[in-house]
Design a protein around this ligand. Structure first.
Ligand code: MN
Ligand code: MN
Length: 300
């Protein structure tokens, strides 16, 4: 079960992500363009020797997840924003998925703390044989203790090589879940706290996709694009910004993408907002389950 190589590669991905996380307070400021921030973060991952495992997510205020800049995106970080930055890097397919919240409104300091401490408390109970229910209970208990709601329909998840959601989930609310954490497994744990209703809903906008069926293109361009996606990202999530070297005009790429989503060749991940537009905070790290406790890949 224990394989030195994948642990080493996961830790390497962790170092890359950790360096970016440490740089974030200098980079994330009101007035900064979200597009520039996404590109900068993804470039830092590449300079660090890894590859982005998914487009950098910059989710502001009531947006919980899945926002990444689109090519013409002019949006900036607003004053008083609560900014979630969710970063993934992989090294030879071994993924580290981690997130932090940077708040420019002291009113939400407590909510930032709620999700951070929930993550810390969750890690304390992780060991081989622990029930996922136990981990979820820690998250819910901690966030409720701060007077906030955990988001019930966003979960942590198992990671496998080149696979971001590897079967078992780690919900942020208690329930009788069937899963047990086993030695050597890798998990992303990600508590979300909110002053809203504790649930997210899909928005109309969507900027993140992943490959579902590589051989389903109908036209030459569709086939070429699917091949390009497979060669560069495999089945990991990607966004339009990452297709700029695919030799087709921006408007046309978008059209092809929409057709491929329609015929089921691509998965689409709509932006997720809190149902009652509550403010959302999030912390996340990736751990390897070991007898000595979780091997934590990034600082919290
Ligand atoms: Mn994440
Ligand atoms: Mn995750």
């Amino acid at each position: 079960m224990y394989d030195e190589e994948y642990i080493e590669k996961t830790l390497k991905a962790g170092e890359i992500v950790n360096r970016v996380l440490r740089d974030l307070p200098r980079m994330v400021k009101p007035g900064v363009k979200v597009f520039d921030l996404c590109e900068k973060i993804e470039n830092l991952i590449i300079e660090g020797g890894g590859k982005p495992a998914f487009p950098c997510n910059i989710s502001i205020n009531n947006i919980a997840a899945h926002y990444t800049a689109f090519p013409e995106d002019q949006s900036i970080i607003p004053d008083d924003a609560v900014v979630k930055v969710d970063i993934g890097a992989h090294f030879d397919g071994y993924i580290v998925d981690a997130a932090t919240t940077i708040s420019f409104n002291s009113k939400y300091d407590d909510m930032v703390e709620a999700s951070r401490i929930a993550l810390k408390n969750a890690l304390k109970v992780i060991k081989p044989g622990v029930r996922v229910s136990t981990v979820s209970k820690e998250i819910e208990r901690t966030i409720s203790g701060f007077g906030y709601k955990p988001i019930s329909n966003l979960t942590g998840h198992m990671l496998k090589r080149y696979i971001l959601h590897g079967g078992k989930n780690i919900p942020n609310v208690y329930g009788e879940y069937p899963w047990i954490m086993e030695e050597g497994e890798i998990y992303a744990i990600e508590p979300f706290a909110t002053d809203g209703i504790g649930s997210v809903t899909e928005m109309q906008q969507a900027y993140i996709y992943s490959l579902a069926k590589v051989h389903s293109g109908r036209t030459r361009l569709e086939k070429e694009l699917l091949r390009y996606i497979y060669d560069n990202f495999k089945t990991l999530p990607f966004c339009e910004r990452w297709l700029k070297n695919f030799n087709v005009k921006q408007e046309n790429i978008r059209e092809i993408i929409y057709r491929l989503v329609e015929n089921g060749a691509l998965n689409i991940y709509p932006v997720l907002r809190e149902v009652k537009n509550g403010i959302v905070t999030q912390f996340e790290t990736t751990v390897i389950v070991s007898k000595e406790g979780p091997i934590i890949t990034t600082e919290i």
